[in-house]
Ligand binder design. Structure first.
Ligand code: SAH
Length: 342
């Protein structure tokens, strides 16, 4: 059976026409699916029974439910384990920032990138998520908090640029003004650096924010923790970033997780400044999360501040990521790993 909630508005129109139904019904249906976020045809009540019957012979809704939820006692962060109909689970996180309600969503079940410090990859790769499975993570959080999500970051498990078509489909549906109408400017896609798809994404010309998981400023060091950089080397990644900048005019974000005694020295800060000086970008310094399977600990606050100062002196924009939900701060993917063990 096909999934109704993975169709774009235009596809839904075409589908109705091909089933002998009037095109205008697409607007009502799209509203039920993507604003009222219903889970089945029965809940839809201003569309004729006949239309619903015709559709339900070929289409069904994507099923997703909250399998587990952790709520921070320190702030309003909530972490969810979301289960799909094949039994696979992913993590989603709700974060309340001053600028808006943010959903951090996953793009794949597991991940094949093998980054040394990341818990999402420790159990390998299972499968890509469909566009509707990405949408559902947001719809589920919205229902649970009973407020609208205004910002989305694709920074949960998975490498979004390795699930390119589904991610683009997701972006177009979540941005559709007849649906959730979340502005592209409020969406951030984070990648470890799949170079050919950075070029492809640049050519889509979507005003989203691209975040690059840089984490080290030299090829040598990057290779130690991000296996992907053996395939796509730092100079190639930087050229792709320049192409992205020049074609979209959008400021890039570089994420830099700070790992004690690995990438947090003065020399590391100088290398990073030299790499990014004169580029339209923000650097986001992130104290790394402890991951059981990786032998890493976060840099001290003093070192992070020193590091920041060096970047600022070189004219590089830099912020330190504020930690939310630190009491439930199982690192990215850790919650799912614990769930899988049980
Ligand atoms: N695959 C994409 C998106 C998922 S990871 C990417 O690599 O960007 C989202 C972010 O969390 C990345 O910047 C990733 O490097 C970071 N991350 C992973 N493990 C982490 C850890 N232990 N501590 C801090 N950040 C981590």
């Amino acid at each position: 059976m096909k999934k109704i909630d993975t169709l774009s508005f235009e596809e839904l129109e075409q589908e109705l026409v091909s089933l002998g139904e009037p095109k205008f019904k697409a607007k009502q249906l799209f509203d039920w699916i993507h604003n009222k976020t219903v889970d089945n045809f029965n809940e839809i009540n201003n569309v004729s029974k006949k239309t619903k019957e015709i559709l339900s012979q070929q289409y069904e809704f994507t099923s997703a439910l909250i399998e587990q939820k952790l709520e921070s006692k320190l702030d309003e962060t909530k972490k969810y384990i979301i289960k799909f109909e094949d039994g696979n689970v992913v993590e989603g996180v709700y974060l309340k920032y001053k600028y808006g309600n943010t959903a951090c969503i996953s793009s794949q079940v597991g991940c094949k990138m093998g980054c040394y410090f990341c818990a999402s990859t420790k159990n390998g790769f299972v499968r890509n998520l469909t566009a509707s499975e990405m949408l559902k993570q947001i719809y589920i959080m919205q229902k649970d908090i009973n407020e609208k999500i205004s910002n989305v970051v694709i920074m949960g498990s998975g490498e979004p640029l390795n699930n390119y078509d589904n991610v683009i489909r997701f972006l177009k549906i979540i941005n559709d003004e007849k649906g959730q109408n979340i502005s592209m400017r409020k969406i951030t896609l984070s990648t470890c650096g799949i170079v050919p798809n950075i070029y492809k994404l640049a050519d889509e010309n979507l005003p989203i924010t691209l975040a690059i998981s840089l984490h080290a400023a030299t090829q040598e060091k990057r290779e130690e923790i991000l296996p992907v950089s053996k395939k796509y080397k730092l100079p190639e990644l930087m050229s792709a970033c320049d192409y992205y900048l020049n074609s979209t005019g959008r400021r890039l974000t570089f994420e830099y997780i700070m790992i004690k005694d690995f990438n947090d020295s003065i020399l590391d800060a100088q290398n990073l400044s030299n790499l990014l000086k004169n580029k339209l970008c923000n650097v986001n310094l992130i104290p790394c999360n402890y991951v059981k399977e990786s032998n890493i600990s976060p840099s001290t606050n003093i070192n992070i501040e020193k590091f920041k100062k060096i970047l600022l002196e070189q004219g590089v924009n830099v912020t330190i990521r504020r930690e939310l939900g630190s009491d439930i701060n199982a690192a990215c993917g850790q919650l799912r790993n614990n769930y899988l063990k049980i």
